[in-house]
Design a protein around this ligand. Structure first.
Ligand SMILES: [Zn+2]
Ligand SMILES: [Zn+2]
Length: 347
């Protein structure tokens, strides 16, 4: 039997979020019931609640940075028991049999992953995210939050953390590598922490030097303002890897000029409009212009274990649910250091 639980939802596109109730499915054989404790606010929550990407399903309960405690397990569950600390990220299902699902790259599932919210599950029911008190999820789409990682600072790792960890690992950020992170926001601050912990020499490329002290505290070795044209001259040919977290259109030719031969420019943020570049910017120097989207379940677990081992989570500001709409405005104004996390006890 399904259960009625409290949630915060956008009743329609662009409408403020408000308290409501939703139905969570009965706990199936392979499902776990999670008492959600904290849910991060991701920039994409705002996009979707405001229908920036179109075709939103309303009412919409956003939230794909979910941390909580298992409170019930289905009869066939083997990975988790009641009381375990777990997280759920951007997706709650995938086809489980395509070549990418088999490789642990569920985020690139041929049939498409099932989003944690604003999606339809296999039964055609809308999925509802983490701005809620409870969630039912298949045990194979949850991850374990290790001891030593508090649930509030762990929540943003489920999207922001893995979104940066995956490209940094894929393109071998580590000792002897020079890595730049473009933008020091919710995503970028995790990029700095993770790249530093991986042993890379880390540079922040930010519009201004406003957050320089923060960047250095988080692990950056260097910090440059991209509003200063001298930055692009001084750093020409410097980096093995640049990860861009910004969603504003960038002058790509200029940024590609900062790469070494065989360097990679990886996008994890994306502007809504198409971008253009001069292809000589990648031909000269055999450079790669790439992208990356979150990470698979196994890699998300690896990332959480890595963060716990290195003793860090996200930098957060905990809010009550009644502050969600105000928090959205502050995220849009880049006025958060560095992630809002909703205390779901306030829902
Ligand atoms: Zn996200
Ligand atoms: Zn698949």
């Amino acid at each position: 039997m399904s259960t009625t639980v409290a949630a915060y939802a956008a009743p329609a596109a662009n409408a403020p979020l408000e308290r409501t109730t939703i139905e969570r499915r009965a706990v199936g054989a392979h499902d776990i019931l999670i008492d959600i404790k904290f849910a991060g606010i991701c920039h994409s929550d705002i996009h979707q609640a405001r229908d920036g990407w179109g075709e939103g399903i309303f009412p919409m309960v956003p939230g794909h940075e979910i941390a909580g405690v298992v409170s019930e397990v289905g009869p066939e569950v083997t990975k988790y028991k009641v009381g375990d600390k777990v997280g759920v990220g951007c997706f709650v299902d995938s086809c489980r049999e395509c070549e990418y699902c088999e490789q642990g790259l569920e985020q690139y599932c041929v049939q498409g992953m099932t989003g944690t919210y604003n999606a339809l599950d296999k039964n055609g029911e809308p999925t509802y995210g983490g701005y809620s008190t409870h969630l039912v999820v298949d045990e194979n789409y949850a991850v374990r939050i290790p001891e030593g990682l508090a649930l509030d600072v762990a929540a943003p790792l489920l999207c922001a953390g893995i979104t940066l960890y995956s490209p940094l690992k894929h393109w071998n950020a580590g000792p002897g590598k020079k890595v730049a992170i473009v933008g020091l926001g919710g995503l970028g601050h995790m990029g700095v922490k993770i790249a530093h912990a991986l042993g890379a020499e880390v540079t922040v490329l930010s519009q201004s030097l406003r957050k320089k002290a923060d960047g250095e505290r988080l692990g950056a070795d260097h910090y440059y303002a991209t509003s200063d044209p001298a930055t692009f001259e001084e750093l020409a040919g410097t980096f093995d890897l640049i990860v861009s977290t910004v969603s504003a259109p960038l002058p790509l030719d200029q940024y590609l000029g900062l790469l070494k031969v065989d360097g990679v420019f990886a996008n994890v943020g994306a502007p809504e409009e198409p971008v253009s570049l001069n292809l000589f910017s990648v031909i000269g120097g055999r450079k790669t212009l790439a992208g990356s989207m979150i990470g698979g379940i196994a890699e998300t677990q690896e990332m959480l274990d890595f963060c716990a081992e290195h003793g860090f989570g996200a930098e957060i500001e905990v809010i009550g649910a009644e502050q969600i709409n105000e928090a959205y405005e502050r995220v849009l104004a880049s006025d958060v250091r560095y992630r809002f996390v909703i205390d779901t006890a306030t829902i």
